[in-house]
Ligand binder design. Structure first.
Ligand SMILES: [Zn+2]
Length: 84
């Protein structure tokens, strides 16, 4: 289910297994388990492992139609203090 507590959807993209996971307010792992991340209701996010965090605004995501292209942003790395 989609929750829109923030302006953007954040996606964790593990560069080891190429999995993509939507970040939520508790830690989630990629398929291989090397990357993890979370995206909190206050807009902050964390990640660990060989991961990129991508963001796309809900406005761009919800407004898209088939065959259309929309931009996403690769966010700066924010590491967790310890592995979740
Ligand atoms: Zn992985």
């Amino acid at each position: 289910m989609k929750t829109k507590t923030t302006d953007c959807m954040f996606l964790l993209n593990c560069q080891s297994c190429d999995d993509v996971v939507k970040l939520v307010d508790k830690p989630r792992l990629c398929e291989c388990g090397k990357s993890a991340g979370a995206h909190y209701a206050n807009g902050t996010y964390v990640s660990s492992g060989p991961a990129r965090v991508l963001s796309i605004t809900w406005e761009a995501y919800d407004g898209i139609t088939e065959g259309e292209s929309r931009p996403f942003t690769v966010l700066p790395r924010v590491q967790t203090r310890r592995q979740p």
